[in-house]
Design a protein around this ligand. Structure first.
Ligand SMILES: *Cc1c(COP(=O)(O)O)cnc(C)c1O
Length: 335
């Protein structure tokens, strides 16, 4: 099957599988796993943070960040579209007693500075204490500019708030901006990164921050059942993902542009691109379910939303893009 549903469907490379088979391992809850320790040290170096923590998922990394920055009855400001508000089952509220304060994302995915400012609560016992702002980059494939991130960081500093980045796809943002990842990372007190999306690891995310923050997150990870034993087996693949895979993400971005070009030739579709590996197409008449079934019969998987979201990744070649575009053109010819 050619799978455009998500970059989470990527398969580990032969090099990753080999590294997993050969990995030196120990009990990571004791701090004894040399492969996990090497991954965390490598991440600190690559992203310029004091400390890092290997987690089972991006959801866990974000939850640990929110629970480490905020105590019960405190709040974080985030976007209505933020993954760590909308798509993580309300974990911060359920497990951390932390109140989200969502605000509308602008069309470019950013949180307008004035809206952040207006959402910060005064020190008054009627209110939850505002502790944190959480941004997401990329967000729905859109990229936040370096200038914008610097402005939010300055605002947080001025108002005594911490700043977290949900950087599940932050390497896609760095590639689209053409900058070293450190130039994004430097604006944040903490950051999560998914290794199991476009970077191709089978499992795992990282949370980074200063040493005291990561020590707190490590304790919470244990509490949440995320302390893993011989985790080097998966950290070995994650290390290759972090080291070698960012440099190939531009292929995925190029394939998304190629797909956009092809789909724009189909009048029944309204195409919206992003600078990264995600694009959207709205069916002018709602035929997404029919289209999905038609494509599945031809060995192609899509998510039929409104709009349809197509994601390119290391399992997708430019030939696969041509195959998809031709199949969609066929669908609209005969329907
Ligand atoms: C996928 C994703 C996550 C969560 O990662 P999981 O590993 O699926 O839990 C968090 N934030 C964003 C922006 C994501 O895209």
């Amino acid at each position: 099957m050619i799978d455009f549903r998500s970059d989470t469907v990527t398969q580990p490379s032969p090099e990753m599988r080999h590294a997993m088979a050969q990995a030196l391992v120990g009990d990571d809850v004791y701090g004894d796993d040399p492969t996990v320790n090497a991954l965390e040290a490598f991440a600190c170096d690559k992203l310029c943070f004091e400390a890092a923590l290997f987690t089972s998922s991006g959801t866990q990394a974000n939850l640990l960040a929110l629970m480490s920055h905020c105590e019960r009855g405190e709040e974080y400001i985030c976007g209505q579209q933020a993954h760590n508000y909308k798509y993580e089952a309300g974990g911060a509220a359920v497990l951390g007693s932390i109140q989200p304060q969502p605000i509308d994302n602008a069309a470019d995915g950013s949180l307008p500075l004035g809206a952040i400012e207006a959402a910060i609560k005064a020190d008054d016992f009627h209110f939850a204490r505002t502790r944190l702002v959480s941004l997401e980059n990329t967000i729905g494939g859109k990229v936040l500019s370096l200038d914008y991130q610097a402005q939010v960081a300055a605002l947080c500093q001025a108002r005594g708030l911490k700043l977290h980045l949900d950087g599940a796809r932050v390497f896609n943002a760095a590639v689209a901006l053409g900058v070293d990842i450190k130039l994004i990372a430097k604006h944040y007190d903490s950051m999560s990164v998914c290794l199991s999306k476009g970077l191709g690891a089978p499992i795992g995310s990282l949370l980074m921050g200063d040493s005291a923050f990561i020590a707190k997150a490590r304790r919470l990870r244990k509490m949440l059942g995320g302390g893993m034993r011989q985790a080097g087996i998966i950290a070995a693949a994650a290390h290759i993902a972090l080291d070698k895979m960012p440099e190939r993400l531009h292929f995925d971005h190029d394939n998304a542009q190629l797909l956009a070009e092809r789909l724009r030739a189909i009048p029944a579709l309204e195409v919206t691109t992003t600078p990264t590996n995600i694009l959207y197409a709205r069916c002018r008449r709602d035929r997404a379910q029919e289209l999905k079934a038609f494509l599945q019969n031809r060995g192609i998987l899509i998510n039929a939303g409104a709009p349809i979201r197509f994601v390119t990744h290391l399992g997708i070649t430019s030939q696969d893009v041509e195959t998809l575009a031709a199949a969609i053109a066929d669908f609209y010819r005969c329907h």
